[in-house]
Design a protein around this ligand. Structure first.
Ligand code: ZN
Length: 233
């Protein structure tokens, strides 16, 4: 999309009009195609740095907008694409004494989109996924369901916990999910079963031929999965 934004603080000469990352509607959210935008005093404070955007730079100014709904999270009641809307940019915590009394604009943690929270970057949710290879049938029958189940849980925890910890270190909260089965099939079917916008996976496993060919799991997922895939070398 196109946007007017700034990468450094200063006067109007710092404003850039150009390509900007497309917003994505997260859970319970809509993307609005902006048709009109007011200039609010806070936009000036954000631009010249008296009120640095809490989420850092670059920043797209403008919190009072009207437009039409472009895309929306599934299950948002009566809202429909193309519908004309005015954005009420304020958000409140819902639990402080003022919110509880219904006086949400007096909220102790009151803020608004475009100022306290970047209007254009919606909160994404992340899932770390791991497919556990199944224990062969005869071994599973011998060990019994409890032992096998415990093995799957342990195996997944060993892989997923460090991933989740690493993401948390970088400020990304991710839920951890594992399924038992063939990795390519499980990854593809889980990606399609959830409402995922993007599947990110490594291109190679840890096999001896890892630098020669695209990993077989990645190849199969690419061939079968309907969700866009980002391969990381
Ligand atoms: Zn509140």
């Amino acid at each position: 999309m196109k946007a007017a934004y700034f990468k450094e603080h200063g006067g109007s000469d710092k404003m850039i009009y150009g390509d900007y990352r497309d917003p994505v509607a997260g859970a319970g959210e809509v993307v609005v195609r902006v048709r009109a935008c007011a200039l609010n005093g806070v936009d000036m404070l954000l631009l010249d740095g008296r009120f640095p955007p809490p989420e850092g730079l670059p920043h797209v100014n403008g919190c009072e907008v009207a437009g039409t709904i472009e895309t929306l999270d599934r299950g948002l009641g009566t809202l429909m694409p193309g519908q004309r809307v005015i954005v009420f940019p304020g958000f409140s915590c819902g639990v402080c004494e003022f919110c509880v009394r219904g006086e949400r604009t007096l909220c102790l943690r009151y803020g608004y989109l475009g100022a306290h929270k970047d209007l254009w970057v919606t909160g994404h949710s992340f899932t770390a996924f791991y497919a556990v290879l199944p224990v062969p049938h005869r071994a599973a029958a011998f060990a019994g369901p409890d032992l096998v189940h415990g093995y799957y849980e342990d195996d997944a925890r060993v892989v997923l916990e460090p991933v989740r910890a690493l993401l948390a270190e970088h400020g990304i909260q991710a839920q951890a999910v594992h399924k038992v089965g063939h990795p390519a099939e499980e990854i593809a079917s889980y990606a399609e079963s959830g409402e995922f916008d993007l599947l990110i996976m490594g291109s190679h496993g840890v096999g001896a031929l890892k630098n020669l060919v695209l990993g077989s799991v990645a190849t199969k997922v690419l061939a079968t999965c309907a969700v866009p895939v980002l391969l990381v070398r």
